[in-house]
Write a protein of this length. Structure first.
Ligand code: ADP
Ligand code: MG
Length: 674
């Protein structure tokens, strides 16, 4: 393959691409020693010339030895069962080995050191600095890549247009582009490397924040929504429906929602709060405010179980009102679905409750004013467009199931305004959580039986790798059988998992709600939002299979009524150390915000929120789990820039604006901003 082709495969087509292909990491040359000065068992780096390459043995137990020499002494590097290493060395090469040496007889030895193949230029460049390491593509060696980038930097570091205006660089202490390019590729020390990296991280996050700000602005200017005013009388009428005083957090969120709804620009608001903080109240309030203003409202849930539960809650709240509400989910008979759709188009239905299928089925509304999307991370910019008609957009209220890590909230959800519900309703007792070892399992089950005999109900949750996997589903049935014949033989058990059809799921939930079954053996389909106040005790089998936010969400299913909640995490015989630490951290914390941050730091955004189709392109150099502080700075900077120059029309901002449109124009549908 030709070099140009290889580079192109990595997206490197121009000098600019090379300049902005940032190192993956750096080799530290400064702990470099002469071989004669090495110390045993301490990580160090040596540079020398390959004198000899030897290999021994065949399949399964080969050994490659490479002897290098500098002016002071010789050292042997060893590889076991990596016969291919033999071909990577030949006498006369200059190489760098990093690792912990040991004294073997008369000679130093390093086993499986990290290797860099050097040329004379590298050697002098790295003499007192850090050597860049690039991620490579087939057909381009590290050495080659370094030379290409170094040539590009030498000749063209001053060429690209500076994007960050000087006052901004001064304010945030960021180097200019040319210096930053030189330093990031060939830093003389950590300070240079870190300053340069910080500049590019800042720049990347600033451009993202500007794009999100532009998106919000465009929303305000580009779409009309109905003004849904809530006067004192309507407010009082809605509040009368709730059989409790609202919490301070709920009050604050309601005020923010009411303010948004009264405007003729669409609300785009995210409500996040800990499990059990009472987000549903906020949703119901908004729905009823909308209907009272003569517009239709829709409540979208991620599962049929939840949609049905919301429908039931609403039906009981609205027993005496004239609100015409209907359920629309995939499991309904075709005739009934058609009837609901007709009612929505004709405007005979005020309030539709359903799953996201509601969107896919080409449902039309006569006068849609509000869409509430519950417990949902998958509802991105694009999906929201589905409910718009021309310049008319409903108001949007998005409710998350669990708290979202702060940095994700500012990026993946950054196109939304945020209300945080802090605090739990009064009288709520934190769920007591126990890590249950196999030896203690029978005592735990005795505890469960006692709660059941006291009239309470219980969940048993088992993991499924794949909701649709037949064998995995059988494993929940297996748990059920084992419990029915063993620990819970005297009680009425029900089964719930994702492979059951809609009406069976519904029946299982209903039987549990009516206390016909005392124990619900389930997969994580009960994870979000299910609310049965009499269920107070949860057993999680193999908790190591779940993320912390997911466990927190599961745990939130109990302790919802007046009764204290309990959660037992049945760990396996010999759990992995890391898994056990995670689970113990979880058992010790009831703060969902703290758990979300912890989960995010340990597992990264992919696992947690990868499913949300935010549609944003991935970040190149910034890492949200690490760069939270820079993100806050970038966000402030973006807000300041937008406050003085909303469309980024000033000539000093032209380069920023171009970069914003190039990077996010399509994914955020920015069109022609300003
Ligand atoms: P989540 O935020 O997890 O969706 P929910 O909205 O399901 O929480 O509310 C959890 C429980 O708390 C429900 O049973 C609800 O009726 C109750 N609840 C909500 N707000 C209050 C309040 N202000 N006072 C007392 N109970 C409340
Ligand atoms: Mg909820």
């Amino acid at each position: 393959m030709r070099l140009a082709e290889s580079l192109e495969r990595k997206g490197l087509r121009s000098v600019a691409d090379l300049l902005f292909c940032f190192p993956r990491e750096y080799e530290d040359f400064r702990d470099r020693r002469a071989i004669a000065d090495l110390e045993a068992d301490v990580a160090q780096t040596i540079v020398g010339e390959v004198i000899e390459v030897e290999s021994k043995g065949g399949f399964g137990k080969s050994r490659v030895g490479v002897v290098v020499e500098d002016q002071t002494d010789a050292l042997r590097a060893m590889w076991f069962n990596q016969a291919f290493m033999r071909d990577k060395f030949h006498p006369g090469q200059r190489v760098q080995f990093s690792g912990k040496p040991k004294r073997k007889g008369l000679r130093w030895e390093m086993v499986h050191p990290r290797v860099a193949w050097l040329e004379d230029t590298d050697d002098s460049a790295g003499e007192e600095g850090l050597l860049a390491v690039y991620s490579l593509t087939e057909g381009v060696s590290q050495h080659h890549m370094r030379r290409l980038v170094a040539a590009a930097v030498t000749a063209h570091a001053d060429t690209p247009t500076e994007v960050l205006p000087a006052p901004l660089r001064d304010q945030y202490g960021l180097p200019g582009l040319a210096d930053a390019l030189r330093w990031i590729h060939a830093p003389r020390n950590e300070a240079q490397r870190d300053t340069a990296r910080r500049r590019f991280i800042f720049q990347e996050l600033l451009v993202l924040q500007l794009a999100l700000a532009a998106r919000r602005l465009q929303h305000r200017l580009g779409f009309r929504a109905p003004e849904l005013a809530v006067d004192r009388q309507l407010d009082a009428r809605i509040r009368r429906l709730f059989p409790f005083e609202l919490t301070a957090g709920q009050e604050k969120a309601l005020a923010e929602v009411a303010t948004d709804l009264a405007l003729d620009t669409p609300m785009n608001r995210l409500v996040q709060g800990d499990v059990g903080s009472g987000k549903t109240v906020v949703a119901l309030y908004a729905l009823l405010a909308c209907v009272a203003n003569g517009y239709q409202a829709v409540l979208l849930a991620p599962t049929e179980i939840l949609a049905r539960q919301h429908a039931a809650t609403l039906a009981s709240l609205l027993k005496v009102s004239r609100v015409r509400s209907r359920l629309l989910v995939g499991g309904l008979a075709e005739r009934e679905k058609a009837e609901v759709r007709a009612g929505l188009v004709a405007g005979d239905i005020d309030l539709a409750i359903g799953t996201h299928a509601l969107l896919q089925e080409k449902v039309r509304f006569a006068k849609l004013g509000l869409a509430v999307i519950d417990e949902q991370h998958k509802f991105g910019v694009r999906q929201r467009a589905a409910l718009r008609q021309g310049q008319h957009s409903p108001h949007y209220l998005v409710m998350t199931a669990t708290p979202i890590p702060r940095t994700l909230c500012m990026t993946q959800f950054g196109d939304l305004d945020v209300s945080v519900l802090d605090g739990l309703p009064p009288g709520r007792q934190p769920v007591s959580t126990y890590v249950v070892r196999p030896a203690e399992a029978s005592r735990w089950w005795e505890f469960v039986r006692k709660a059941l005999r006291d009239g309470r109900q219980a969940y048993v949750v088992a993991p499924l790798v794949e909701e649709s996997d037949a064998t995995a589903a059988a494993s929940v049935e297996e748990s059920l059988r084992a419990l029915a014949e063993g620990e819970l033989a005297d009680f009425r058990l029900g089964l719930l998992h994702g492979r059951m059809n809609a009406s069976d799921k519904d029946a299982a939930m209903e039987a549990f709600r009516l206390r016909e079954t005392q124990v619900l053996v389930s997969t994580t389909v009960i994870e979000v939002g299910v609310d049965v106040a009499n269920a107070t005790i949860m057993t999680v089998v193999s908790p190591e299979c779940f993320g912390l936010s997911q466990l927190h969400q599961l745990r939130g299913r109990v302790g919802r009524g007046m009764h204290a909640g309990y959660c037992g995490l049945l760990v396996p015989e010999e759990p992995a150390e890391a898994a056990l630490q995670r689970i113990e951290a979880f058992a010790a914390t009831t703060d969902g915000f703290a758990l979300a941050e912890l989960d995010f730091r340990m597992r990264g955004p992919g696992d947690l929120f990868g499913e949300r189709q935010s549609g944003l392109p991935p970040l190149h150099i910034a890492d949200l789990a690490r760069d939270g502080e820079v993100l806050v700075e970038a966000r402030n900077a973006a807000a300041d820039l937008f406050a003085t120059d909303p469309g980024l029309k000033h000539p000093d901002h032209a380069a920023l604006r171009r970069q914003m449109l190039r990077r996010y124009g399509a994914s955020l549908d920015l069109g022609d901003v300003g």
